[in-house]
Design a protein around this ligand. Structure first.
Ligand code: ADP
Ligand code: MG
Length: 272
């Protein structure tokens, strides 16, 4: 395998316990939440090979809102899945600021338990199709990651109610997803993503299913979160909404090909 890092995939540990115990954390800038270095991910189907990620480098700062744009098939979802520890690159590093103070830990050297902790409480995921449990209420959907993270009932109640009220769903906490509009369901997933106070929010086409007005409202929420210090990485093929982010990075065939500054006011995105 040459110099390629060996990833610890669930159930398929490639490092023994001793090697993992000696794996050292690295110091990173305390204001950096996540670093991706030289990520490569290739898919092989039959005779054809696709480089979904081809040497991706990225640093996300605390309180930064980054948009990744690119056409369908350019590798956006693959990137989110790798950064969210749902999938693993073939090689490269993904370093998380695990204590929020600059203790960097590479996904490749984590134990299964550490990887689980990253997924559960360091990453807030938001998907295009909401992925809410249909039989759970808005409140219960948001509470679930806190139950899995063994938080106390008192802490859960306080946090879930706070988030749902803050996002404008105080009156709809007991509704099932089927009793909520698309925009309301996406607000539930934003609350769920925030519930365990993640390092970063990763959003994969979060407004893909929404109309223009609802899309604007969701982006307003992202901007409010950013202004409150949250870090957000959003992938989208909607170039207009991407312009509201601090940085807009174009992904083409698995390569970052272009970066521009954003910061366009939300009120201006539909003006020419
Ligand atoms: P995007 O989200 O930008 O549409 P994806 O990350 O889903 O792009 O896909 C990037 C490339 O990798 C595409 O060519 C896609 O066909 C391929 N790909 C993604 N997932 C798989 C998979 N599980 N198996 C084989 N090829 C895949
Ligand atoms: Mg995608």
């Amino acid at each position: 395998m040459g110099s390629k890092l060996e990833y610890n995939r669930c159930g398929e540990n490639k490092m023994n316990k001793q090697e993992r115990a000696t794996a050292k954390s690295v110091r990173i800038d305390p204001d950096t939440v996540l670093i991706a270095e030289n990520l490569i991910k290739t898919y092989t189907t039959g005779n054809s090979t696709v480089a979904a990620l081809n040497n991706i480098n990225l640093k996300v700062k605390k309180g930064e809102f980054i948009a990744i744009v690119g056409p369908s098939g350019s590798g956006k979802t693959t990137l989110i899945n790798c950064l969210g520890a749902l999938d693993f690159p073939d090689s490269g590093k993904i370093i998380y600021n695990v204590d929020g103070k600059g203790m960097g830990l590479d996904l490749a050297v984590m134990t299964n338990k550490q990887q689980k902790k990253i997924r559960l409480s360091k990453i807030g995921l938001i998907f295009q199709f909401y992925n809410l449990f249909p039989i759970l209420t808005a409140y219960e959907n948001v509470e679930l990651p806190m139950i899995i993270d063994k938080k106390s009932p008192q802490e859960r109640e306080k946090r879930v109610k706070y988030l749902l009220k803050r996002i404008g769903l105080g009156e709809r906490m007991d509704h099932l997803p089927s009793q909520l509009s698309g925009g309301e369901q996406q607000r539930v997933t934003i609350s769920r993503a925030l519930v365990n106070e993640p390092l970063i929010i990763l959003a994969d086409e979060p407004t893909g299913e929404l109309d223009t007005e609802t899309t604007t409202n969701i982006i307003k929420i992202f901007l409010e979160l950013k202004n409150a210090g949250e870090s957000i990485l959003m992938v989208t093929h909607n170039k207009r909404i991407a312009k509201t982010a601090d940085r807009i990075i174009t992904l083409t065939d698995g390569v970052f090909t272009h970066e521009t500054k954003g910061g366009k006011p939300i009120e201006d995105i539909y003006k020419h």
